[in-house]
Design a protein around this ligand. Structure first.
Ligand code: ADP
Ligand code: ASP
Ligand code: MG
Length: 440
């Protein structure tokens, strides 16, 4: 069994959907196909929710109607027979009437999540109908019956494992099972999601739960590049990554992967392959348990970081000081990414500033507190074990013209991180590419 996930661009037009259908029917292997919403749809659904939050049902209605027209055009292009066109039109009318029903009610974050879920519900139904039209035995599994999060909003892995295994056992004989990425139910049974880009996470959770042979993430680029191709010139695909390296890159901003999606695959030891729907024969990137000695693999950047420094000459060396500091973050459910300590202070970074004011108020009891917002963590990933001498020098050398606020090295053998100002992000990434990968 393999799990194949196709992202928004990969199913972004009727033609792309047809190409995906060709890819998934190219062999007889049993597979689970996880689909995102067609590209742009989730953003449009966010826009609709925003209008409804702002009590502007007319604005929301206009966008819903435009989106419906777009989908009705897709129907004409995607299907051949009037029977499947009509069946899909009927389904879409019901879907869009459902979306319109939210313009008549008070919208909270609960309704918003229901609205956001419709993109994946639509794309999976359209793809299933297309395969059925072509006589391919396909079963649509409802992710809302399979994927659930627990009270900490973390995937409930045992539940997922039990539900996906049961769903397949109870419905044998299918070569292709289609399901929605991104969407799930929470611990209270309400419709929820695994956060933006969450279809990768669904695929990895299902692949790990089924102990699949491989998880394939099909997207619009030939695998993980050695730097962000949207920002840096002349990036190149990395052919192989260790699970730990991929996990660091995803967590520290490589958009090709959802930040935490590698964890379940890593624990289950299921390899993840990143592939390009636009160029299906390109080798892409394999993520597995192999570690290549002495290689720096890639650079990634995570935006929206806040740095908090607590200075306290009196308290720092006293035992228990760091615990007190960390407990304040824990109390406010705010996780810390980077930590640096000195004799007189400690600096930490967070990517969630929602509870910043409360956190600062409590930290002030322990010393002088300073905050730098709008920072970026730039993370260099590869073999950075202490045997591999010289790489940190090279990385620091690359940044000799750039003001660096914090450096973190030694937390793992795979990562050195630099905290810089957002305005310096582009030149930091380019400088690292030039020096580490010789791309200037
Ligand atoms: P999908 O819709 O298939 O999930 P995403 O847009 O989420 O696709 O992810 C693919 C995009 O990630 C690429 O088009 C690329 O612009 C961006 N990206 C950012 N960093 C990297 C990287 N290091 N390697 C490859 N792609 C990256
Ligand atoms: N459709 C969702 C999003 O746009 C999930 C995904 O594409 O992975 O974030
Ligand atoms: Mg994505």
């Amino acid at each position: 069994m393999k799990v194949l996930k196709f992202g928004g661009t990969s199913v972004g037009t009727p033609q792309r959907m047809q190409e995906v259908a060709q890819l998934i029917t190219a062999n007889q292997e049993q597979k689970i196909v996880v689909l995102s919403a067609m590209s742009g749809t989730t953003n449009t659904l966010v826009e609709i929710s925003d209008y409804l939050y702002k009590k502007n049902p007319e604005g929301a209605n206009t966008i819903i109607n435009l989106l419906e027209q777009k989908y009705m055009k897709h129907v004409e292009e995607l299907y051949e027979s009037e029977q499947w066109k009509e069946r899909t039109r009927q389904f879409l009318h019901e879907e869009f009437d459902y979306l319109r029903s939210f313009t008549k009610v008070h919208v909270t974050s609960f309704e918003e999540k229901v609205i956001l879920a419709q993109g994946e519900i639509i794309s999976t139904n359209m793809m299933t109908n297309y395969l059925l039209e072509h006589g391919i035995k396909t079963l649509l599994l409802n992710a809302l019956d399979i994927v659930r999060t627990d009270k900490n909003a973390e995937p409930d892995f045992n539940y997922i494992k039990e539900r996906i295994s049961t769903a397949i056992k109870e419905n044998p004989g299918y070569g292709i099972y289609i399901t929605q990425g991104f969407i799930c139910r929470n611990a209270y049974g309400e419709i929820d999601n695994l956060l933006r880009g969450g279809s990768d996470y669904t695929a990895c959770l299902l692949g790990a739960a089924l102990q699949a042979e491989e998880i394939q993430i099909w997207t619009d680029i030939d695998g993980m590049h050695n730097n962000d191709p949207r920002i840096v010139d002349h990036t190149e695909p990395v052919r192989q990554l260790h699970f730990e390296e991929a996990a660091e890159l995803a967590y520290f901003g490589a958009k090709i992967l959802h930040p935490t999606c590698i964890q379940p695959a890593k624990f289950a030891g299921v390899p993840v392959r990143l592939l390009n729907t636009m160029d299906p024969t390109a080798p892409g990137t394999i993520i597995d348990n192999n570690f290549q000695d002495g290689k720096i693999k890639a650079v990634a950047a995570k935006d929206g970081i806040t740095c908090i420094q607590i200075q306290s000459s009196r308290m720092l060396l006293a035992y228990g000081f760091l615990r007190k500091v960390f407990e304040i973050f824990e109390l406010h459910k705010t996780s810390i990414d980077m930590v640096c300590t000195s004799e007189v202070g400690v600096s930490v970074t967070v990517d969630n500033a929602n509870h910043l004011e409360d956190i600062l108020d409590e930290l002030k009891k322990y010393g002088t507190v300073m905050v730098d917002s709008d920072m970026v963590i730039v993370c260099v990933v590869g073999d950075l074990g202490s045997d591999n001498i010289g790489f940190e020098t090279l990385a620091c050398e690359a940044l000799k013209q750039i003001p660096v606020r914090m450096i973190s090295y030694g937390g793992s053998n795979h990562n050195i991180s630099f905290l810089v100002k957002a305005e310096d992000k582009k030149r930091t990434l380019q400088a690292l590419s030039n020096t580490l990968f010789g791309t200037n």
